[in-house]
Design a protein around this ligand. Structure first.
Ligand SMILES: Cc1ncc(COP(=O)(O)O)c(C=O)c1O
Length: 414
């Protein structure tokens, strides 16, 4: 099927934040997406609609509560379609980090001293620290897989670290700091051959690529709707048998149906869950197809093509600047990277560059983005870190030009 292109003007008109004028009167450039994307009006409306028309707690004997139950059931079904798995394993929570702590604590209760966990140098600490803490509590061994020269996961190192003691391989599908796409299928196969679970962090992947837990071979996967045009929220999926059986830490009277609900502690962020449904509909609206699944498939093809073109432009323009080094994958190959770029600008502090760009209306991130392993591996000061530019499908060619032009002026002015 031919990929329908993205009409960027039509897209941008749906995002109130993208109309924002910065200090100089020019529209702000949002290259801060890897830290959280902007949201379309449909998401904002879904959240206010929920609060004005059906705000209630769950499982009550009255209309607004019934509507809330209905909305959450729809959100689980949307979550399942979004990740390509069953809705039984969908869990919502305040953010990915909190959910991961919860899920890992539940899984940890099934492990015994001497069991091994594999984490990676490329991961955000939300998929590292909870394992380290759990290992400390339960006498487990944590092994960290390193990276190759282009900052991808080192499969030879993974093979060397796997053994019949390995119980889980925890890794990211995409790096939030340098944009690498990891070879998920190969990693899953290696993990499963060793009898280990595959525990995937899809937070930095979800705005850019279609998730398919079946095709990727995941047993557990987590993402954050606020990184893909939704509100602040976390969501996870796990295999139904795990969702039914892992010893969740929960209050005794809480219900256990559907299984994913077993890991939801306390009252959920209902209005954000309503916003999540609208965010999935928004992404699907970028594609074509007879059903949600088909529209999401097509939408992500369009997102991938658009982002690859912009990534190519950005890399080309950055190459013209002195002192600028792009870390990791050097070209825009969409099988190797997403449009998240961690830059080292020799002789310039990322915080100062980001601040100066911000003053010109170009919003970027600086620091380590909690991707501690990779920032340390690059030999950078953990506090200083990198300057990060993140492209989303709603960004434009002229924004790229503006950003690179401003960066160039900062470098030549010093
Ligand atoms: C790759 C990755 N994993 C995990 C997280 C943590 O997500 P949350 O903010 O939802 O806890 C982030 C947040 O930046 C991330 O980029």
């Amino acid at each position: 099927m031919a990929v329908q292109g993205i009409d960027v003007d039509l897209v941008r008109a749906q995002f109130p934040a993208l109309q924002r004028l910065s200090v100089g009167g020019e529209p702000a450039v949002f290259f801060d997406g890897p830290g959280g994307t902007q949201v379309p009006s449909s998401v904002i409306e879904a959240m206010t609609d929920y609060l004005s028309s059906s705000n209630a707690n769950i499982e009550g004997e009255f209309e607004t509560s019934a509507k809330t139950d209905e909305m959450i059931a729809k959100a689980r079904s949307y979550g399942a379609t979004f990740v390509g798995g069953s809705s039984d394993g969908i869990t919502f929570g305040p953010n990915m980090t909190t959910l991961n702590f919860n899920l890992i604590r539940a899984f940890g209760r099934t492990l015994k001293p001497g069991d091994e966990i594999i984490t990676t140098m490329l991961d955000h600490d939300a998929n590292v620290a909870p394992w380290l803490l759990m290992a400390e509590d339960r006498g487990l061994v944590v092994r960290q897989v390193g990276v190759t020269e282009d900052l991808n996961l080192d499969l030879a190192d993974l093979r060397a670290k796997l053994s019949d003691r390995t119980k889980v391989v925890a890794f990211c599908l995409a790096s939030n700091a340098v944009g690498t796409l990891t070879p998920a299928l190969e990693i899953s196969e290696l993990a499963h051959d060793a009898g280990a679970l595959v525990w995937a962090d899809a937070v930095a992947y979800a705005p850019h690529r279609r998730i398919d837990v079946e095709a990727l071979g995941c047993d557990v996967l987590l993402c954050s709707p606020y990184k893909f045009f939704g509100p602040h929220l976390g969501m996870s999926w796990m295999r139904t048998d795990l969702a039914e059986t892992l010893p969740a830490e929960r209050v005794r009277p809480a219900g256990s149906k559907p299984p994913g609900h077993r890991f939801e502690t306390g009252t959920q962020l209902h209005e954000n869950i309503a916003g999540f449904v609208a965010a999935v509909d928004y992404v699907a609206s970028l594609g074509e197809g007879d059903d949600l699944r088909g529209r999401l498939d097509s939408a992500y093809s369009a997102i991938q093509s658009r982002e690859a073109e912009m990534a190519d432009q950005l890399l080309g323009e950055l190459r013209e600047l002195p002192h600028v080094r792009v870390t990791g994958v050097q070209d825009a190959d969409p099988s190797q990277r997403v449009g998240t770029f961690g830059l080292v600008v020799e002789g310039y502090r990322p915080a100062l560059l980001s601040r100066a760009l911000g003053a010109k209306g170009v919003y970027t991130w600086n620091g380590n983005f909690y991707a501690q392993g990779i920032v340390e591996h690059l030999g950078l000061d953990l506090e200083e870190g990198l300057l990060r530019l993140g492209l989303m499908h709603y960004n434009t060619e002229s924004e790229i030009q503006r950003c690179v032009e401003q960066l160039g002026l900062l470098i030549s002015a010093a």
